[in-house]
Design a protein around this ligand. Structure first.
Ligand code: NAP
Ligand code: G4F
Length: 326
């Protein structure tokens, strides 16, 4: 029997790298779209480089998306590509909307135009709940996005539903709460903290500049969430699902957990820096993943303390040469 073909946008990102591994383990033929970069941007997938088919493209370039859908004819499409940083979205709102919002439309329309019969996954986000209208958040909670990123994801969500309803496409929204890993981008708060701990332990850093310590997030492990994304596309009918742990912790609690693990007092290192406060903040996220549990049998395996320890252990052992400012 011919192998199933999966097409992933955002394969070079945290989630794309885990999803590609999962699909290879399930014997898929994996195609990943990458952007041309002046330096290497494939570090997260270098270990599977020979096993995946990489093709150049960009979510802002509709003609390429049409050609890729026509020539590859995938069975499953996972749209993970995005300008995914909330604070950066305030700096580059138009690019964020073009990639994170319009990119979803371009890809859906390429599938429709080329008559490809595939299942489509959209990487929706808990940022769509923003200034939350109820707690915990469920699939029925109305959206109130608080950033150009969140607004772009709301567009991606509704255009995915619209293509499902208008054209009968098998298109689903995963509404994923924050998920982290040792592959998390270094400018997201969990990784910024765990990398700093590694550098402090090596005597390379004595200060960690952060913004709002009171914000609360529902943090899970990225690989668990990518298993869930795959499960969503295996269901009989297309639907939308939340993936979350059902626990929320503040950035302050993250500091307690991470620094406490290596027996350091974070108060000696952390400085509050106005640059890391957002023009409008999302104060509290807490997800209810009952629907995914009941309909897909999905469960998060890694809990907050284990996740933090996994990331600290990784960052205390490795040296990183990248420089990041956000
Ligand atoms: P990430 O590490 O920032 O990866 C983003 C990926 O998108 C990278 O491969 C990046 O390529 C690619 N990309 C950026 N702009 C693009 C463009 N114009 N055209 C094509 N590709 C582009 O993000 P992640 O954490 O893996 O998240 C994956 C998806 O889930 C994103 O859509 C994100 O918004 C969404 N999401 C994430 C979370 C979370 O907590 N991680 C939660 C909810 C939803 P380069 O490597 O070339 O930059
Ligand atoms: O780690 P963060 O940047 O993640 P954020 O904004 O929650 O977004 C992530 O999760 C979303 C799902 O809810 C995804 F859709 C999105 O793509 C991304 O993956 O910030 C978490 C919290 C915020 O409240 C922020 O204000 O940490 C606070 N924070 C405090 N100091 C900081 C910092 N965030 C960053 N990045 N850097 C700081 O220095």
């Amino acid at each position: 029997m011919a192998k199933r073909k999966a097409f992933i946008t955002g394969i070079t990102g945290q989630d794309g790298s885990y999803l590609a591994e999962i699909l290879l383990e399930k014997d898929y033929e994996v195609y990943g779209m990458i952007r041309r970069s002046s330096s290497f941007n494939t570090a997260r997938i270098d270990h599977i480089f020979g096993d995946v088919e990489l093709v150049f493209g960009d979510l802002t370039d509709g003609s390429v998306l049409n050609r890729l859908m026509r020539t590859i004819q995938p069975d499953e499409v996972y749209n993970l590509g995005a300008q995914s940083h909330v604070q950066v979205s305030f700096e580059i709102p138009e690019f964020t909307a073009d990639t994170t919002g319009m990119g979803t439309l371009r890809l859906l329309d390429a599938i429709r135009e080329e008559g490809v019969r595939c299942r489509f996954y959209e990487a929706g986000s808990s940022e769509m709940f923003g200034k939350v209208l109820e707690t915990p958040q469920t699939e029925a909670t109305p959206f109130y996005p608080r950033s150009p990123y969140g607004v772009s994801k709301v567009f991606g969500y509704w255009i995915t539903r619209n293509y499902r309803e208008a054209y009968g496409m098998y298109a689903v929204n995963g509404i994923l709460f924050n998920h982290e890993s040792p592959r998390r981008g270094p400018t997201f708060v969990t990784r910024k903290v765990t990398r700093a701990i590694g550098a402090i332990l090596r005597g390379e850093q004595d200060e960690l500049r952060l913004g709002n310590l009171e914000a609360k997030r529902d943090w899970g492990f990225a690989r668990d969430y990518m298993e869930g994304a795959w499960q969503m596309l295996q269901a009989e009918e297309p639907d939308d699902y939340i993936l979350a742990t059902g626990e929320t912790h503040s950035v302050r609690e993250l500091l307690d957990e991470a620094f406490g693990y290596v027996e350091l007092d974070w108060n000696k290192y952390v400085k509050i820096d106005e640059r890391y406060f957002r023009p409008s903040e999302v104060d509290l996220l807490l997800g209810d993943a009952s629907k995914a549990r009941e309909k897909l049998g999905w469960e998060p395996r890694v809990r907050f303390p284990e996740l933090v320890r996994m990331m600290v252990d990784h960052d205390r052992e490795r040296r990183h040469t990248e420089e990041h400012y956000v």
